[in-house]
Design a protein around this ligand. Sequence first.
Ligand code: CTP
Length: 475
Amino acid sequence: MYEDFTAHLSHPVFKVIKKYLEDKDYSAFVIGGFVRDLLRENKSKDIDIVVDGDALEFAKDIAQILRVKKVSVFKNFGTAHFRYKDIDVEFVTARKESYSKDSRKPMVKQGTLKDDQYRRDFTINALAIDLGPHSFGTLVDPFNGVSDIKIGLIKTPLDPSETFSDDPLRMLRAIRFASQLDFKIDISCLKSIKEQSERIKIISRERITDEINKILLSPEPSRGFKLLKSTGLLQYIFPELLELSGIETINGKSHKDNFLHTLQVVDNISKSSDHLWLRWAALLHDIAKPATKRFDKKVGWTFHGHEELGSKMVPRIFKSHRLPLDAKMKYVQKLVRLHLRPIALVKGSVTDTAIRRLLNEAGEDIDDLMLLCNADITSKNEFKVKRYQENFKMVSEKLQLVEEKDKIRNFQPPVNGEEIMKTFDIGPCYEVGVIKGKIKEAILEGEISNSYQEAKELMLNIGKELGLKEKETHN
Ligand code: CTP
């Protein structure tokens, strides 16, 4: 199928390439995600160019014309890359590839555009548009990629077993695209993924995590995770999630399938936030349920302490997925640890003290915690859900009222350690901690207001009780 895409190739990179090719005897095409996204009327953040000549020299020449100084060249892969303004431009020599069985590093041989398109992952990613001066803007679609975009199908140009065996990461990419674009995966592709899912083991953790993050960021992440499970990939890339799966029944009492519940929570949160780490918190909020599961004859199934244990499991999971072990991880840990707290308030009587304590522990992340908690209400019983949501709304309103009144969210006791030491003329010691702790407790308990005056008064009284003497001040 041929169509004219000239109007969509207004980016200076394309214009420069067209001009450059005027006196050359080889061709260049924009290929892959850029063309796919163009046909889906989406903007792409990178441009991939395939050249049926030396892409490295080509990239250097184009960079020079565009006055780009830094070009990264990867000789072994036959690729070069530079950044022009806000867009990444990647150049690759059209290739006939063959891969070694135990690694995804290809042995590259130069080929034609068609050879290159055959070697790409999916028909929707094998679409190319000619950038040469004589056929500028012509679409080259040998595998009906356009029609697959129209019907929403992920399909490989070659026999899927070959495409996936060449690069097992593509099994994950198939699922990621299906989730991201809301496409279906062709039946023979699915079958092939099931057959060779174990080969995912040769792929680096970083690349796998990249795909998991993209699945998590898709509009309905459950689609991707369900496919990961049904194809058998999940057991190799995220066994802790698979553990959540299944229902057990004792004495006629069943617990819910925590895998499906978790995915429902992730989908719920995805309707209200694009925040990757909040979505991670949703994914991991019940991760310790299998480890804490007990059956009690009187109360049935319990998962006591799963929020604490879950929070402790987060660093190990982050480490194994090569996720950042920094403030982002701490944020996820905090949300996992606190995810039951607002709902506990809903169930019990909501005192100002309990609200202040929650505000104090959640700090800046209270709004995200409330989103997570709301997303966690997934009962099948509509009446229950409605009641929970109404109570939940009440807690949200109360949170707002208490926060406005007491300013607890970023709460630092109004009298600090330095002032305590100065007042009683003491150095850093045990008593300073005691006084600070008691002031904080008194504010959280509502015994005094969160004001300097009342905190100072309390400091003097506690000091007295501890036998400390106020330093005399001379005016
Ligand atoms: N590609 C491939 N096999 C892979 C990775 C990439 O065949 N394992 C090809 C596809 O043609 C793809 C192109 O290389 O379109 C560019 O890859 P990449 O930038 O990773 O993906 P995009 O398709 O651009 O999509 P995204 O940016 O969302 O990852």
